[in-house]
Design a protein around this ligand. Structure first.
Ligand SMILES: NC(=O)c1ccc[n+]([C@@H]2O[C@H](COP(=O)([O-])OP(=O)(O)OC[C@H]3O[C@@H](n4cnc5c(N)ncnc54)[C@H](OP(=O)(O)O)[C@@H]3O)[C@@H](O)[C@H]2O)c1
Length: 279
């Protein structure tokens, strides 16, 4: 583990949901000691609470945190990021690693504000909150292998880290894995509703739904030598019940509907990105 061998100080600007999940993951995995984790935020309640919970270090302002830490994680909402970083951009040094979690903010935009830093775009999806995430990672210098390795080690505590090669790949990852988590919940809602309409009470219908989704996913994980089509084939006998349902899904062009939804999400993402640039 590269990261464990370093004595790097890691700072979070912003102490909300994602910062809390990352701090919890880092401490529980033993990846970073609390003495080397710093946090600053707009108001003091969340940092103080984190200090009580994990004995981490609190900085009273963002400048102090930037001057103390080797890795600075920008963990505020995208719309707050530029106004928070621009006024203190000179406080960052050229060795500093800056990790942005913001959707819609391309590295080239961040590079204009912090040209001296080693920059990373990171996208943990919501299951990262329970250390079951898919984490997309893009570094601004593709020759900087050391940085990509370091990031992989550092964020393995949130789930599986995927090194991405371009902003386009990053955006696609975000749609499929980050927004994708929301899309999967949409399907789960339909499943639960259908079961409730057929007489199951809410708690049972929900449990059954969870089991179908986690069960299918766990089987896919355990049989990674088989394609998903092969696995689907094994639960589908010719002219049987599952085949009838699948045939209807295909007639109704569910795939087309889903593709259009992914594309709509992608368009919205591009729109947000443009709005960020013009701020
Ligand atoms: N939550 C997720 O599942 C998820 C998934 C992927 C990516 N992300 C990304 O992670 C980032 C954080 O999201 P979140 O859900 O953790 O947001 P959040 O819960 O709203 O937390 C944002 C934090 O930023 C702080 N903040 C705002 N302006 C600040 C400033 N000028 N200086 C210092 N701190 C400031 C807020 O402070 P106050 O509390 O004092 O207002 C708050 O602690 C976003 O870019 C989001 O897109 C989140």
């Amino acid at each position: 583990m590269v990261f464990l061998q370093t004595r790097l100080k890691v700072g979070f600007i912003g102490a909300g949901n994602m910062a809390q999940a990352m701090i919890k993951g880092m401490i529980q995995s033993g990846n970073v000691s609390p003495a080397r984790i710093y946090v600053s935020s707009r108001t003091s309640q969340k940092p103080q609470k984190l200090r009580e919970l994990y004995n981490i270090q609190v900085c009273t302002n963002n400048e102090d945190l930037v001057e103390t830490c080797d890795v600075v994680i920008l963990a505020m909402k995208p719309q707050d990021l530029i106004s928070a970083v621009e006024p203190i951009a000179r406080n960052f040094n050229e060795k500093q690693i800056v990790v942005s979690l913001a959707a819609g903010l391309r590295l080239e935009t961040l590079e204009k504000i912090l040209p001296q830093c080693r920059l990373v775009r990171l996208m943990p999806n919501t299951p990262a909150l329970i250390q079951k995430g898919s984490v997309g990672c893009l570094v601004n210098d593709d020759q900087d292998e050391g940085l990509a390795d370091l990031m992989e080690d550092m964020f393995a505590c949130l789930g599986s880290v995927h090194r991405l090669e371009s902003e386009d790949q990053f955006e696609s990852f975000m749609i499929a894995c980050s927004s994708g988590t929301g899309f999967v919940f949409e399907f789960m809602i339909y499943w639960q509703d259908w079961l409730e309409e057929h007489g199951f009470d809410t708690a049972v219908a929900r449990r059954m739904t969870q089991e179908v989704f986690t069960g299918a996913a766990a089987m896919a994980v355990q049989n990674s030598d088989q394609s998903l089509e092969e696995m689907q084939g094994k639960v589908t006998s010719k002219k049987g019940v599952t085949a009838a349902g699948l045939s209807s899904m295909r007639e109704l062009e569910m795939e087309r509907a889903l593709r259009l939804s992914f594309e709509k999400a992608d368009l919205r993402n591009k729109e947000i990105s443009r709005e960020m640039k013009t701020r």
